[in-house]
Design a protein around this ligand. Structure first.
Ligand code: NAP
Ligand code: G4F
Length: 323
């Protein structure tokens, strides 16, 4: 039985990846940081089938310890401070988690279990003020947030450790991917949750920032399959993962409100508090390498994703409030 270690297992991607790995017959170990209350909502359904180990991206000895004890065949480094606006208010912490955390992970990996395969969660946010459209594995980076800068560091460090130490280390450059398990502060989930609240009479308005921004949005369940596929190749390499279709925030709003039978113009209010100091205007993936080499392709469309998220939030809030 292959062993996989997943950091960030309590997050959106970690929970879907753990389910995928269990379905592939893996023994799954999840790294969690200590908290005064447990935060296992997303992994509640599989908690009795996985092993949770306490460690922290900020603490080098804890990382060496768990990798040395587990001796995983595959390591998926998904843990990070992943919310872009927080990276302006907490830039030093973002650098510690999202940039230097990768160094600590790679150091632990090369000393404790160098035969393992390593996946780094790189991001389309690295393209920022895009240098070409669509973006490929060779498009130059121009990050527009402390988060994006930290991800560029983690990306190049992973490439550098692969080349310096002959490790099987890969970076997946993933474009935005969403699901009903997405954190509520990210735009798609903020909208689906807002629509559900308005539909059920729990709110009347939804306050939004830049609704002209465009993203290449896909479904998280599709994207974790790509992570796993990257580690099954004969050679380590980096891949862009996205759908190849971009939509605006406004389009997501329109589909989400329409699906609930609501008129978005009556509820959506522009709020400058949600504008960013520097914006990423338009991201679009060229996924041809992933399609060709990995045989990967997305299954869930933008429209299906938006509707799925609205349905899930309405069901969740109905259950919670008995409306
Ligand atoms: P997420 O839901 O925010 O999950 C982040 C995870 O990181 C959580 O499990 C969190 O644990 C953990 N974490 C944060 N700081 C930690 C620390 N110091 N030590 C240990 N664990 C820590 O993020 P996601 O959407 O699943 O994304 C997964 C990864 O992919 C992230 O690295 C993100 O930057 C990257 N990424 C995401 C997207 C996307 O569209 N979702 C696109 C490209 C790249 P707690 O539960 O304890 O907070
Ligand atoms: O959903 P978002 O917060 O995601 P963002 O900034 O694109 O970052 C996500 O995707 C990255 C991949 O490119 C990941 F690496 C990262 O970890 C994260 O998962 O915002 C999307 C867009 C932005 O342009 C933002 O300005 O939506 C715009 N937006 C408009 N109004 C808003 C809002 N975003 C948020 N969060 N809240 C708003 O009210």
């Amino acid at each position: 039985m292959k062993k996989a270690l997943v950091t960030g297992i309590t997050g959106q991607d970690g929970s879907y990846l753990a389910e995928h790995l269990l379905a592939q017959g893996y023994q799954v170990f999840g790294m969690v940081r200590r908290a005064s209350t447990e935060n296992f909502e997303r992994i509640a359904a599989i908690q009795d089938r996985i092993t949770l180990e306490q460690a922290d991206l900020l603490d080098q000895p804890s990382l060496i310890d768990i990798m040395g004890r587990i001796q995983p065949d595959e390591i998926y480094n998904l843990a990070a401070m992943s919310f872009v606006p927080t990276s302006w208010s907490q830039p030093v912490l973002t650098g510690e988690f999202t940039a230097l955390g990768v160094t600590r992970m790679l150091e632990a990996y090369r000393h404790a279990c160098p035969k393992a395969r390593f996946y780094q969660a790189s991001s389309s946010e690295m393209y920022g003020k895009v240098r070409e459209v669509p973006q490929t594995e060779t498009t130059p980076f121009y990050p527009r947030s402390p988060y994006g800068v930290a991800k560029v560091y983690g990306h190049y460090l992973t490439v550098n450790y692969r080349e310096s130490y002959n490790l099987f280390a890969v970076s997946g450059i993933l474009f935005n991917h969403e699901s009903p398990r997405r954190g509520k502060e990210f735009v798609t989930r903020k909208i689906s949750d807002g629509v559900a609240r308005i539909k059920l009479g729990l709110a009347t308005e939804l306050r939004m920032g830049n609704t002209d921004a465009c993203r290449d949005w896909g479904f998280a369940g599709d994207y974790v399959r790509a992570m796993w596929m990257m580690l099954q190749q004969t050679q380590p390499d980096d891949y862009v993962i996205g759908t190849g279709i971009a939509h605006s925030v406004k389009e997501f709003i329109e589909i989400a409100f329409d699906h609930a039978g609501l008129d978005w113009k009556k509820h959506v209010v522009h709020d400058p508090r949600f504008m960013r100091p520097a914006e990423v205007d338009h991201l679009l993936a060229d996924n041809s390498k992933a399609r060709r080499v990995l045989g990967w392709q997305p299954e869930i469309s933008f429209e299906t994703l938006a509707r799925m998220m609205v349905d899930a939030d309405i069901a969740r809030l109905r259950h919670a409030t008995r409306v």
